[in-house]
Write a new protein. Sequence first.
Length: 178
Amino acid sequence: MKRQSLQVELFPLKKEEILAYLDDKGILVNDYFKTYLAHPTYQEVVEKQKCLVEIVSLADMGFDREATAPQIGARAVEMGYQLPPAPLGVYLRLTLLEQEVSQDTVLSQGKSPDGAICLLSPQLEKEFTFPRSVYLRKVDQDLWLRAARFDDEYAFPLTTLFAFVTKNANESVVGSEP
């Protein structure tokens, strides 16, 4: 997948509505995502907003080999990106309904799956046992929004795709309605 920019619309959706809303749209989630969503610091979107998101590979970010979450986060900030807020994964999944099908159909394998788009959001919980971030994936014809656990030592493959905010969701987007 080439570098891609998209406008994502965020709208009010309460935590208790998110799972049913995703289900209505045919989007599957894993148990880790349910745990991630239930965390007390997961903030709901309270007003309609738009943000610009860029999807890039580690190679696009200038890495020449695998990289850890702290390295990726630091490079993203250097490049002018913002780490995506925790709820962005829901809205990005709803926006990005076309995605390359993963060649590896195993859903839980302890490594970053091919074709996944990862959102390296600020951690909701420092414990490794708690899911750290979410990723979007297409397996067969099913769209997934999954959460994953990993530590600061986990090295993401060079081909891993990440979604970062290029314009804060609270700022107005050029050409958008007020």
